[in-house]
Design a protein around this ligand. Structure first.
Ligand SMILES: Nc1ncnc2c1ncn2[C@@H]1O[C@H](COP(=O)(O)OP(=O)(O)O)[C@@H](O)[C@H]1O
Ligand SMILES: [Mg+2]
Length: 327
């Protein structure tokens, strides 16, 4: 099937792009399904909850607000990433409900959730392992020494691809940021931690019975309507995507670098926006400002963002300057 498909693509230079892309995404889904069924049958006989004794934690990869992440080995054979959640950071039932949905979300640009251990604390979330860690660290380490402008556009397009899949599924990420995009070999980027923010918030709201998310709430990535009315939609994810574009173009700089969190909360809903980063082409900055439209319905869809990034990427590198002049 795959060789036929490749042949078709090679011959099909003139096929409508929408057709080629839908074939491509069908193939990617297919590959993920194969991976998933291998994982299910070899490792947990199709069971969703697995015995934590089958997981060996090998080395700590990092730590986040809610726990630590390890490289792990499942049944002594398969490399995985294991996210261990701090005790009490979320309700096991809430999490399991969300995890059922997350497990069904399969796409080449989304981190695949494989299994969970929720019978006792700490809760384990087992996902695919990404060799190069978070996009934020990847960008900060590189600072542009090896990553070119077209690599930056390609990474942004991959995130837009994962997000346009979520958009199609009517699923909201709620915590899109470079720290939640993971990088594999050859600059492959996949969106991670979708849905987790909701579970954490539900738990926190239960505890506090208020919409006060505490000091760790990622205000610099958050759309004004979320800050004001707690209104999460795919359009608030589009806002965060604009901030992520800023992170990509600045090699992981903190958004609103000269402002405090308090100033961001005060001034962004009043219309304050970041200015164009150094060396950032006008068309990329233009895309960011569209994502930061105060009226959420006027922000572009992820599908549109994906097409525009891909179209730009397909252009000859030499025409970048010309394209800049149009904006
Ligand atoms: N699937 C994974 N593969 C490789 N590294 C990962 C994976 N998931 C998380 N990490 C690493 O662990 C770190 C912490 O992740 P996380 O707990 O999601 O915290 P945060 O999103 O706040 O950085 C990430 O920055 C990344 O370096
Ligand atoms: Mg994360």
């Amino acid at each position: 099937m795959v060789s036929n498909f490749r042949e078709l693509l090679a011959r099909g230079a003139n096929l409508p792009k929408v057709f080629v892309l839908s074939l491509l995404s069908a193939l990617q889904l297919h590959n993920n399904e194969i991976m998933d069924s291998i994982f299910d049958s070899r490792l947990n006989n199709g069971r969703w909850e697995i015995d934590r004794s089958t997981i060996k934690l090998l080395r700590k990869l990092g730590a986040g607000q809610f726990g630590e992440v390890f490289e792990g080995l499942w049944n002594g054979t398969t490399s995985v990433a294991v996210k261990t959640l701090k005790n009490g950071s979320m309700d096991a039932e809430d999490f399991l409900r969300e995890a059922q949905i997350m497990k069904r979300l399969r796409h080449a640009k989304l981190i695949q959730l494989y299994a969970v251990c929720t019978m006792e604390e700490p809760i384990y979330i087992i996902t695919e392992l990404m060799k190069n860690g978070s996009l934020l660290e990847y960008l900060q380490k590189d600072k542009g020494s090896t990553l070119s402008f077209s690599d930056q556009i390609e990474m942004a397009a991959q995130v837009a691809s994962g997000m346009s899949f979520l958009e199609l599924q009517n699923y909201i990420h709620r915590d899109l940021a470079a720290r939640n995009v993971l990088v594999g070999e050859n600059n492959i980027c996949k969106v991670a931690d979708f849905g987790l923010a909701r579970v954490f918030m539900v738990s926190r709201t239960k505890q506090r019975t208020s919409l006060n998310y505490g000091t760790k709430f990622p205000v610099r990535w958050t759309a004004p309507e979320v800050i004001r009315y707690n209104k999460f939609t795919i359009k608030s994810d589009v806002w965060s995507f604009g901030i992520l574009l800023y992170e990509i173009m600045t090699f992981g700089q903190m958004p609103y670098p000269t402002m405090t969190n308090y100033q961001v909360i005060q001034q962004v809903p009043e219309g304050h926006r970041m200015s164009c980063p150094l060396k950032c082409p006008k068309f990329m900055y233009h895309m960011m400002t569209e994502c930061w439209n105060g009226k959420e319905q006027e922000r572009p869809t992820f599908e549109t963002l994906l097409w525009r990034l891909e179209d730009y990427f397909e252009q000859d590198v030499s025409s970048y300057d010309d394209a800049n002049n149009f904006h």
